[in-house]
Design a protein around this ligand. Structure first.
Ligand code: SF4
Length: 358
């Protein structure tokens, strides 16, 4: 078991098949995590991911038949778990817009080899369903929350977010045991960085882990500039002035966050520093888009279409073969190679984050 002590929900499969030797890519990184986007739609319009001007009410999102069915998603998840994937994260867009998500969770939670089943959400729809998600087999949630200031929250959710609903969602998830809960904060200079200490103060001593994320040049539409990034080391210096912190180790290889704990025992927080301290060296994440493309990097410019193979009768062995050949060739390390002067011009047509989840 990797990181946090978790109680595995009742899995009928008491004799899990032995874990296969994880498949390794061209840089010797195992395929350990699979992120599955359930749909490309979202009820927020965060400017750094899905700016309103581009994703307006007329925007055409994927139609139902273009999206993978639950049967197809489970087949990919099963094939991936047979190749060493033990951590699955459900994402979107906003996955809780999928009203039957608990049915899918029940099916993935019992797959042999899946040890960690998590979901990333903006939290606005979480409160009424948290208990049901837990009962279905979900173990953890990560909630995006960029500010506790109502006005800044409104701006950073594209005018569509309800801060109180998100806070109620966090409370309900905590009560349902979907933890340890992680709070993802995308920090943008002169937008929400002044509110970082308030966010940390709010969750100190609660067991909920705040992770401060450096603003990234994901996709092609968020107008990223290096001067909008607040380096994690700068944030750490600000935090240290308020609370003494000490670095603590990773929970498992490939964990994206750099963890710190409060010396006074009030818990931990973390930094995800893709710009100033890239972590491609042990990146073990594959990403499946809602329309069935497998991407091997958050900043990839193309994915491999699995939907066609699935709908043209590929059996499980063939599916495993396809995943194996994709991963064996993988050599992505975009963040390590990022050249801000190029990234600022968005010349590389990268996949949009809303299509594959962060
Ligand atoms: S940039 Fe790509 S390879 Fe590097 S850590 Fe992110 S997803 Fe992994």
């Amino acid at each position: 078991m990797h990181n946090t002590p978790m109680t595995m929900r009742s899995s009928p499969d008491e004799n899990p098949s032995p874990q296969p030797t994880p498949l390794a890519d061209a840089l010797h990184r195992p395929m350990h995590d699979l992120r599955i986007s359930l749909l490309d739609q979202c009820n927020f319009r965060c400017p750094y991911c899905m700016p309103e001007a581009e994703f307006h009410s007329e925007y055409e999102f994927l139609k139902r038949q273009q999206r993978l069915t639950y049967d197809e998603i489970v087949r990919v998840a099963r094939a991936a778990s047979r190749l060493g994937v033990s951590k699955i994260r459900l994402t979107g867009g906003e996955p809780l817009l999928d009203k039957n998500v608990c049915d899918l969770i029940e099916r993935i939670a019992v797959l042999p080899g899946v040890e960690d089943l998590a979901l990333t959400t903006n939290g606005a729809l979480l409160a009424p369903i948290a208990e049901k998600l837990a009962l279905a087999g979900l173990q953890r949630v990560t909630i995006s929350l960029d500010s506790l200031d109502k006005e800044i929250f409104r701006i950073m959710s594209g005018g569509r977010g309800d801060l109180d609903a998100v806070l109620a969602g966090i409370k309900a998830a905590d009560a349902a045991g979907l933890g340890p809960i992680k709070i993802n904060v995308v920090v943008q200079k002169s937008v929400n960085d002044d509110g970082v200490l308030d966010l940390l103060e709010h969750f100190r001593g609660t067991g909920i882990i705040v992770r401060l994320i450096e603003f990234m040049d994901v996709g092609n539409r968020n107008g990223w500039r290096l001067n909008q990034v607040v380096p994690s080391r700068e944030l750490l210096a600000r935090i240290q002035k308020r609370w003494p912190m000490r670095a603590i180790g990773k929970n498992y290889p490939g964990e994206v966050a750099r963890r710190y704990e409060y010396v006074d025992g009030a818990g931990e927080m973390g930094f995800i520093s893709s710009v100033t301290a890239p972590f491609c060296g042990d990146c073990s994440r594959a990403r499946l888009s809602a329309d069935g493309k497998l991407y091997t990097c958050l900043f990839a410019n193309q994915g491999t279409d699995l939907r066609e193979s699935l709908r043209n009768g590929a059996d499980d062995d063939e599916l495993q073969q396809i995943l194996t050949s994709i991963w064996l060739q993988r050599a992505d390390r975009y963040s390590e190679l990022r050249r801000p002067e190029i990234a600022e011009h968005h010349v590389l047509q990268k996949v949009e984050m809303y299509r594959i989840g962060g």
